[in-house]
Design a protein around this ligand. Structure first.
Ligand code: NAP
Length: 309
């Protein structure tokens, strides 16, 4: 019995080490070295060719290597009887909060403008904005979005969240469902997307929705590239309706060199690294789910496959 790993990481050694360091030592193998496919019951996966899991007749659980599971849910040939679990890690949520806060403060204090001035040796002042000047709207107040919304609220920002269902009470203002999205958007100056990518949320960052943000707003997309209609964003940036966008995720990753986002003066790009899972931090829950699988016990952080997240 072993944890079988399939992903596009060049070096999976830190994962193998972290998994083996967990109290309950396990064997860790890359899936391409497996001779007997019927021996595979638990897979740790990131990117993989769609349909490949059909060849593993005794596969019971696939664990995503991250919080998102769209790479698994979008596989039309994912065997229906296989359980999917994902990573839920406070460190990951905190990393994304720190990323979002850095982006917001950098934009409020216009740091990229001053870097440009420095390059040209120009001593020029420009008015900055304060925390009290803006309202933040977070799309998707699940494990990560709720953490960020709460931390930003505690830092002094006006914060609202939007989710699919009402959920439990929170220290920030909450909206939910399609009927409340407009009210959420019209009071948001900084829109942060932290939704999972599902058929319902795909293309949600489109012209119709982004136009409802007040003029001069900006977008931070940390969810997935498939949430954003790229040409709609370009149109709204170029017309001046939106002031800027910080994009961490893209439809095609790595972002192709010819993509217009690279050179756009209002777009700031990071290479899908608002958070990087720390193997040592997430290994215990993966190993725990591995043993739960072998012992037919309820799994942790299980994904609702009909809901898609
Ligand atoms: P989660 O706990 O599953 O939360 C998902 C949230 O989205 C929930 O609040 C859910 O509403 C809401 N939602 C889902 N479908 C919706 C819909 N149709 N309309 C409105 N709201 C909807 O997920 P998480 O752990 O917070 O992670 C969220 C996403 O962040 C991941 O799926 C991944 O795409 C992204 N992510 C990105 C990075 C990065 O480095 N860029 C890192 C980690 C995660 P309910 O509360 O009503 O269910």
């Amino acid at each position: 019995m072993a944890i079988h790993v399939v992903c596009d990481l060049e070096n999976i050694e830190p994962w193998v080490r972290a998994l083996k360091n967990v109290d309950n030592p396990v064997e860790v193998l890359t899936i391409d070295n497996v001779k007997d496919k019927s021996s595979v019951e638990f897979v740790l996966a990131w990117t993989y060719p769609h349909g490949m899991f059909e060849e593993y007749p005794n596969l019971k659980t696939i664990s995503s290597m991250g919080a998102g599971v769209d790479h698994l849910m979008s596989d039309p040939r994912l065997p229906p009887e296989v359980s999917v679990v994902r990573i839920v890690d406070p460190l990951l949520s905190q990393d994304i909060y720190e990323f979002a806060l850095s982006v917001i403060m950098s934009r409020l204090r216009r740091l990229s403008f001053f870097r440009d001035m420095q390059r040209q040796k120009i001593w020029k002042r420009k008015r900055y904005r304060r925390i009290s000047d803006v309202s933040i709207g977070i799309m998707g107040t699940g494990v990560i979005g709720n953490h960020i919304a709460t931390q930003l609220h505690n830092t002094g920002f006006r914060v609202a969240g939007w989710s699919r269902t009402p959920g439990s009470s929170a220290p920030y203002r909450k909206y939910h469902g399609k009927s409340q999205i407009d009210r959420f958007l019209v009071e948001t100056n900084i829109l942060i997307c932290l939704l999972p990518l599902t058929p319902e949320t795909e293309n949600i960052l489109n012209k119709e929705n982004l136009e409802k943000l007040p003029e001069g707003s900006w977008l931070i997309n940390i969810g997935r590239g498939g949430h954003l209609v790229e040409n709609d964003l370009l149109e709204l940036l170029d017309s001046g309706h939106l002031d800027g966008a910080n994009l961490d995720v893209f439809r095609e990753e790595p972002l192709p060199a010819s993509h217009p986002f690279w050179d756009h003066p209002k777009i700031e790009i990071t290479p899908h690294m608002a958070s990087l899972p720390l193997p040592a931090s997430v290994a215990p829950q993966i190993v725990d789910n591995y043993h739960r699988t072998l012992n037919n016990k309820p799994l942790l952080n299980i994904v609702d496959r009909t809901r898609g997240y």
